[in-house]
Design a protein around this ligand. Structure first.
Ligand code: GRF
Length: 194
C-alpha cells in the first residue's frame, strides 16, 4: 500500500496489450519516494499480455477486458475508473481504439505514447515505415488522446538521430528506451502545478 505523505496521490490507470515495458517503467516511477502518482489499476484487452505479470508482482489490481464488444468493454472500464477514482488513463502499448464517446467523457484525461515524431507516422509499424523512407530522425511522442488516431495535443516529444546501419528493430529498441524517459517527464509536466 502507498504510504500517506500528506496529500492525495494522483490515481493512474494504465492500459496495456503486450510486453508492458512502459508499464513497468511507470510502476518504478510511481514507487519512488517523492512520487505524487500511484497506479491504481492495470487494464488489458489481451489475456496473454506479458505485462500483466507486473500486476501480480507489484500487487496492483488488474482486469482483462475483451474488446469483442467495444460498448460493453468501455462500460466495464467506466465502472472501474469511477470506483477507483482514476484521475488519468495512461495508454502504454494499448492496441485497441477507444470510442469517440468514451474519449469525450474523459477529455484531457487520457494520454498515449507513440513511437514516432507525431504528426508523422501515425498508426502501426512506425519503425518499418521510417526506415523504408530513409528518414534521418525519428523519436517518440506523449500526447493527449482525442477522437482521431494519434492526433491529440502533444505533451512532449523526443527526437533521435537514425544511424545509417539502423534497422527497424534497432530503432525500436533505441526509441523504447527514450519512451521510458519521456513518459515520466510528460506526467510531471501535466501535473507540474501541483
Ligand atoms: C511502445 O513502443 C509504444 O510506444 C507502442 O507500443 C510499444 C509498447 O511497448 N505504442 P511496451 O508494451 O510498453 O513494452
Amino acid at each position: 500500500m502507498v504510504k500517506s505523505i500528506g496529500f492525495k496521490k494522483i490515481n493512474l490507470a494504465v492500459f496495456i496489450s503486450g510486453k508492458g515495458s512502459n508499464l513497468k517503467n511507470l510502476i518504478d516511477f510511481t514507487l519512488t519516494k517523492k512520487s505524487k502518482f500511484q497506479i491504481r489499476f492495470i487494464i488489458s484487452n489481451n489475456a496473454k499480455a506479458k505485462g500483466l505479470k507486473f500486476a501480480k508482482k507489484f500487487k496492483i489490481q488488474k482486469k482483462i477486458i475483451s474488446f469483442q464488444n467495444t460498448r460493453k468493454a468501455e462500460s466495464q472500464i467506466l465502472k472501474i475508473i469511477k470506483k477507483n477514482k482514476i484521475n488519468l488513463i495512461c495508454l502504454a502499448g494499448f492496441m485497441k481504439i477507444l470510442s469517440k464517446n468514451f474519449i469525450k467523457n474523459f477529455k484531457g484525461k487520457i494520454i498515449n505514447i507513440h513511437p514516432s515524431l507525431l504528426p508523422k507516422y501515425k498508426g502501426l509499424n512506425t519503425h518499418e515505415r521510417v526506415i523504408k523512407n530513409k528518414e534521418k530522425f525519428s523519436g517518440c511522442t506523449v500526447h493527449f488522446v482525442n477522437s482521431k488516431l494519434d492526433s491529440g495535443k502533444i505533451i512532449l516529444q523526443k527526437k533521435i538521430k537514425i544511424k545509417k546501419n539502423d534497422t527497424s528493430k534497432s530503432l525500436a529498441k533505441k526509441i523504447l528506451k527514450q519512451e521510458h524517459i519521456l513518459y515520466k517527464k510528460a506526467l510531471n509536466k501535466i501535473y507540474s502545478k501541483l
